[in-house]
Design a protein around this ligand. Structure first.
Ligand SMILES: O=P(O)(O)OC[C@H]1O[C@H](OP(=O)(O)OP(=O)(O)O)[C@H](O)[C@@H]1O
Ligand code: HPA
Ligand SMILES: [Mg+2]
Length: 184
């Protein structure tokens, strides 16, 4: 599966071009804010892979470092289980670092609020968040997000790293799924 024309996608919410242009703006803002400072980008596997690749390439900061953490709270369904598990921890020591968490989506906000407090406990100079998407449900949890790509409606979305049961991550746009996908 890699194309959108087999009927699994109901509608395209954000096109490749819309995402690219917003990532340009976010990268410029990040460059301005971190000029002359250390910067460690922390990508949250697996969902943030596309955002990390496309955002980091736009960041001019020549000494920005990249590290990865894998956490999971969704299993194979469309609802957060409420339990965040570390599947892979960071390689980097965060002491004194300026950490920028890179995420694909903030939905319940649970993953991020857990992650922020986990990373803050490791002695960094700062912890900020850049996320491509945010749903209205995220407002229920106190998460301070410095860089947001798009506020989207409360619908389950796939593509650009986001999956449904590990499928559809490879789509280059963000879209919603046709109802038949959930029932099959
Ligand atoms: O705000 P929340 O309700 O916590 O949801 C957001 C998180 O859920 C998804 O990850 P998931 O746990 O499904 O793992 P994945 O990134 O490997 O798909 C997504 O990539 C975010 O990390
Ligand atoms: O809407 C979503 N789509 C895919 N994965 C997700 N994880 C949280 N919300 C979503
Ligand atoms: Mg994720």
């Amino acid at each position: 599966m890699g194309s959108a024309d087999n009927g699994d996608i109901q509608s395209v919410l954000l096109s490749e071009a819309q995402i690219a242009s917003r990532l340009d703006e976010m990268a410029a803002q990040i460059d301005a804010d971190y000029a002359g400072k250390d910067l460690l980008l922390v990508g949250v596997l697996k969902g943030a892979v596309m955002v990390m690749a496309d955002l980091s390439r736009r960041i001019q900061h020549s000494e920005a470092a990249m590290d990865w953490m894998a956490v999971s709270s969704y299993g194979s369904g469309t609802k957060s289980s409420g339990v965040v598990r570390i599947l892979k921890d960071l390689d980097a020591d965060l002491t004194g670092r300026n950490v920028l968490i890179v995420e694909d989506i903030i939905d319940s906000g649970l993953t991020l609020s857990w992650l922020i407090s986990n990373l803050r406990s490791r002695g960094p100079a700062s912890v900020e968040v850049a996320a491509l998407l945010r749903k209205p449900t995220a407002a229920k949890v106190e998460v301070d997000v410095r860089y947001i790509g798009f506020d989207i409606p409360n619908e389950f979305v796939v593509g650009f790293g986001l999956d449904y049961a590990e499928k559809f991550r490879t789509l280059p746009f963000v879209g919603t799924l046709a109802p038949h996908v959930y029932s099959s």
